[in-house]
Design a protein around this ligand. Structure first.
Ligand code: GDP
Length: 204
């Protein structure tokens, strides 16, 4: 796995109209990382919970006029696997930071993961979104106020959406936003004709 510390989307390959983007789903166990990923890829809610260690998917879709090959890494949330966090961070260039709106600990944990992310990578070389999953749950089960998440996201300059893999709310939007922002950062750094050099991309 490649270190992307110094360049936008180093793990991103581009032809004239095709882009390969590596996305990583981070968050505590049981917040719905797999359900969000499954919903995004299959447009269905998964029937059974199967504890994830690390699952990788590939999907092609058009985003901002690019034919994007998204490589999605659905990670484990359990403490046992936290030694792998650095590897996952180095793998990706776009990150979905997922907590569950009924679990304050999951919000605290995702903030710590974001801190680790910013310790490893400079903010201008990756994109991230804060996702509060399970927004379909009854309001009386809510432990993370929307305002707290908004305030955190604003203070870090990252987007924030509440989502539901179950009810198909803001799932595609969350994934697309990360890729869209990554493309924006890539284009900011890009100089005509030397995309590969500036961004560390390999022309395929
Ligand atoms: P992961 O460990 O973060 O990958 O979480 P999973 O995707 O395995 O989901 C954990 C549990 O939360 C499962 O019982 C899911 O059915 C449930 N779940 C996942 N997404 C949602 C959602 O959007 N709404 C609700 N109400 N439950 C969800």
């Amino acid at each position: 796995m490649t270190d992307t510390r110094e360049s936008v989307g180093s793990n991103t390959s581009q032809t004239e109209n095709q882009l390969e983007v590596k996305l990583v789903i981070l968050g505590k166990s049981l917040v719905g990382k797999s359900a969000l990923t499954y919903r995004f890829i299959n447009d269905q809610f998964p029937k059974e919970h199967d504890t994830t260690i690390e699952d990788q998917y590939k999907i092609t879709m058009s985003i901002d006029g690019y034919n994007c090959l998204l490589e999605i890494l659905d990670t484990a949330g359990q403490d046992d696997y936290q030694s792998m966090l650095e590897t996952w961070i180095n793998f990706g260039s776009g990150f979905l930071l997922v907590y569950s709106i009924d679990d304050m600990e999951s919000f605290t944990e995702v903030k710590k993961k974001y801190e680790k992310l910013t310790n490893i990578k400079k903010k201008d070389v990756f994109s991230a979104i804060l996702v509060g999953n399970k927004c379909d749950l009854d309001e009386n089960l809510r432990k993370v106020p929307t305002k707290d998440a908004e305030d955190f996201a604003n203070s870090e300059g990252i987007p924030f959406l509440e989502a539901s893999a179950l009810k198909k709310i803001n799932v595609r939007e969350s994934f697309v936003k990360v890729v869209h922002d990554l493309l924006g950062k890539t284009q900011e750094k890009q100089k005509p004709g030397i995309f590969g050099k500036v961004c560390g991309c390999q022309i395929i």
